[in-house]
Design a protein around this ligand. Structure first.
Ligand SMILES: [Zn+2]
Length: 64
């Protein structure tokens, strides 16, 4: 995977490993990838919480 060296929006040079362009403030490809990953992890966590709540609700309804 090659490292992005120039901004996609303004073409400005990027600091290695930078998440944002210093010139225009646009997110770099690496940062956009990380944001997508974070959203996926968050959705997975939300699903887990929903599953636990549904599971406990089911257990309590069965116990009556
Ligand atoms: Zn830029």
């Amino acid at each position: 995977m090659q490292v992005q060296v120039a901004c996609d929006w303004c073409g400005g040079e990027l600091v290695p490993g930078a998440a944002y362009c210093e010139l225009c403030g646009a997110r770099t490809r690496k940062a956009r990838r990380l944001v997508r990953l974070a959203v996926r992890v968050e959705l997975l966590f939300l699903l887990l919480v929903v599953a636990v709540v549904v599971g406990f609700t089911w257990i309590y309804s069965v116990q009556k």
